[in-house]
Design a protein. Structure first.
Length: 318
């Protein structure tokens, strides 16, 4: 059994079209247009976890071993903000105004509660909490050995019970199942219309981010979303970055191994809260006494980017 604590912070954008990214970069100008016709999300969030883990051997014999573990997490939601939706169309009519239609939500706590944890990553309970939540991780592992000392060398640790003689290892986990409810200093605007609505913002709409006594997100909500006719409500919920994780390790011969690492997010682009990155990595490696070499081949960032890496490890001494 173990007890752990950690703080998690992040900002992510998914499903943003090229036209929307260009409009955000170049700023609104009369005649410029942008549209998103699928699920999208922009999320920033910080929270702390206090976790309790219980794990152990479920079954074991000379050739097979099953292990399992469960982690329960109590969560302090420090701060969050998101803009998510299923569609968004912007037709600029000036440098500070546009016709907008779509289906989206804008939710936030106060900006100070969101920004402070990034500046104080070890702030712990000195940081204010705006919500509370819970989550669980569940994991299982299996190890198979064809026979003990199959890969023996007649030296050193052959008779050590802790020596690994595995032919195959498998680990499967479901991580971050749960969520956070933000109720303190928290608001949500909901807007849905297929008819264009005028949205306007002054040049100083972002100035409140420089002031400590004003909630800058409120300024955006009150000056942009409220005049559009968006519905305001108190509080909102976010989901943890739920994902399924699979790890496999095959021993091909005495010194050669191949590992597979797969992580798949179970959340959509337009979900609330942070999202785990989906990736697949195949890692061939060579291990001997005192030397290790591996070359991971990876599809990452939701299988869009390809990477090849290398690792060398050298151990000296008796």
């Amino acid at each position: 059994m173990s007890i752990n604590t950690r703080q998690r912070s992040g900002m992510q954008m998914f499903g943003i079209s090229e036209s929307a990214a260009r409009l955000a970069f170049n700023k609104i100008d009369s005649g410029s247009r942008a549209s998103i016709n699928k699920g999208f999300g922009i999320n920033a969030q910080t929270f702390q976890e206090l976790s309790f883990t219980l794990g152990g051997v479920l079954a074991k014999n000379d050739r097979n071993e099953f292990n399992g573990g469960l982690t329960f997490k109590l969560i302090r939601g420090l701060g969050a903000a998101y803009l998510k939706g299923n569609s968004l169309d912007i037709n600029a009519t000036g440098t500070n105004s546009a016709l907008v239609s779509g289906d989206m939500q804008f939710a936030y706590t106060d900006d100070k509660s969101l920004v402070d944890p990034f500046n104080q990553p070890y702030g712990l309970f000195a940081l204010n909490s705006r919500g509370i939540g819970a989550g669980v991780d569940i994991g299982l592992s299996y190890t198979h050995k064809a026979r003990k000392t199959k890969y023996s060398t007649s030296k050193y640790c052959d008779y050590n019970d802790k020596r690994s003689d595995h032919d195959f290892k498998l680990a499967l986990a479901l991580n971050d199942v749960g969520g956070i409810r933000f109720n303190r200093m928290s608001s949500k605007y909901t807007y849905s219309s297929n008819v264009y609505t005028t949205a306007a913002a002054s040049n100083n709409i972002l100035d409140p981010f420089h002031y400590s006594n004003v909630n800058a997100f409120d300024s955006i909500g009150e000056n942009i979303f409220k005049p559009m006719g968006a519905t305001k409500s108190r509080g909102f919920s976010t989901a943890l970055p739920t994902a399924i994780n699979l790890q496999m390790d095959f021993r091909m011969s005495k010194n050669f191994y191949t590992s597979i690492f797969w992580n798949q997010s179970l959340k959509g682009y337009n979900s609330t809260g942070l999202r785990s990155t989906s990736m697949l990595s195949v890692i061939p490696r060579f291990e001997s006494r005192g030397f290790e070499f591996s070359m991971p081949v990876t599809l990452s960032e939701n299988y869009r980017n390809f990477y090849v890496g290398a690792y060398i490890g050298i151990v000296t001494g008796k």
